[in-house]
Write a protein of this length. Structure first.
Length: 390
């Protein structure tokens, strides 16, 4: 039985081993900005305005917010960031973070770009996953219709089938290239369709090994049961089940739509309920032989998973369990887990600076809205700067 390695997420020497003094000072300025809602909102607003007015601010962005939270503008640039992480045992997932135009040409271009991330990832041993959002591959309006029980006809049906074809192309490529692939969760009003596409791909490609993973947003009060039901279905049909529980990313939008349209709020009553279901999902996955990606910036959840792995005799190096955080965030979790021998992957977003602004806007918003997240990062950075001066 493997012995659990001693881990402390307060080990700053490990957490910031990859950062020079200059990089640490830059991080200090970035998180000092993010820690102030007014300045953060103003800065992002001015950057967006500058891009609209074609003011040359790309260089500044690449040296600040973009440079910290994104791997680069291209696959080649981002691989350099991934190589750097790999020196410390942290693996990467190339994540195209560009919002397309929503037409067929855009869907084809996005599919091709993600396919190229898979091809490049397969050339290394430190980029084990691909990832995609189904809305990048097809019109979400069609998914809404399908979820609402409408029968698609003519061109709509043809467009929906093309979307299914793109999903299959990426899942098949991951299978053939020896990779794994994550299907991101999206809004509840078409998530059932995404689930069905993911399960269809699992049934096809998860026979010998776990290739396709579906994502579950645990701020939805039905997610734990959805995950359990999907696991039972996989067992009954004889394929391996891959799950990536997350706390979630669309809560305000979900609540607003439910109120507008007069249907029951799909969101948990409070954060404690989300945390409870998140931890229950992790425990269920470990206990039931499910292939797991624990995507969390919550120290308690990550530490508890290491305890569960030890309890159930899962070797830290087993590909049954991966820990995952975002590039530029929670390095104290990622680097300490990796140092202890666990499998850790960072989501490494990339894309042209001006096209990644919506992603950076969300990062800034999430950092200031998640209780304590930005403050925690900022305090750790300040502590490490003090440690290095001693």
């Amino acid at each position: 039985m493997p012995v659990i390695p001693k881990i402390s997420f307060d080990n700053l020497e490990v957490a910031f081993a990859s950062k020079s003094n200059a990089e640490l000072r830059k991080m200090y300025l970035i998180f000092a900005t993010l820690n102030n809602n007014l300045i953060s909102d103003l800065g992002i607003g001015l950057a967006n305005l500058a891009f609209k007015l074609k003011i040359p601010v790309k260089g500044i962005m690449k040296k600040t917010m973009f440079g910290h939270f994104c791997g680069g503008e291209t696959i080649a640039e981002s691989i350099q960031a991934c190589k750097h992480l790999a020196k410390y045992g942290v693996h990467s997932i190339l994540d195209l973070s560009v919002e397309g135009k929503g037409d067929e040409a855009s869907f084809d271009a996005t599919t091709e770009e993600i396919y190229q991330t898979l091809v490049e990832s397969a050339k290394t041993d430190y980029m084990p996953f691909g990832v995609f959002k189904v809305t990048g591959l097809g019109d979400y309006h069609l998914m809404i219709k399908v979820q609402d029980g409408e029968q698609l006809q003519g061109e709509e049906l043809a467009a929906f089938n093309r979307m299914k074809g793109r999903v299959d192309r990426l899942c098949k490529a991951a299978h053939d290239l020896g990779l794994k692939i994550l299907v991101d969760a999206e809004e509840s009003w078409f998530q059932n369709v995404i689930d069905d596409l993911a399960y269809e791909a699992m049934e096809k490609y998860n026979k010998e090994r776990c290739v396709v993973y579906n994502t579950y947003q645990m701020y939805r009060h039905d997610s734990l049961e959805r995950l359990k039901k999907a696991a039972e279905q996989a067992k009954a049909k004889g394929y391996l089940f891959g799950a990536k529980p997350v706390r979630g990313a669309y809560m305000e939008k979900e609540r607003e739509r439910a109120e507008e349209m007069g249907y029951p709020d799909p969101i948990q009553p409070n954060k404690a309920a989300t945390d409870r279901d998140y931890d229950a999902a992790i425990e269920y996955c470990v206990e039931n032989g499910i292939y797991l990606v624990c995507a969390s910036h919550n120290e308690k959840s990550n530490l508890e998973l290491t305890n569960l792995m030890n309890l159930h005799g899962i070797d830290p190096k087993s590909d049954r369990v991966y820990f995952s955080q975002l590039y530029g965030m929670s390095d104290n979790i990622s680097f300490n887990l990796a140092k202890a021998g666990y499998r850790v992957v960072k989501y490494v977003p990339y894309g042209p600076v001006e096209k990644v602004m919506p992603y950076l806007t969300r990062r800034a918003s999430e950092n200031t809205s998640i209780a304590g997240q930005s403050s925690r990062e900022f305090e750790l950075i300040k502590s490490e700067m003090r440690r290095r001066k001693k």
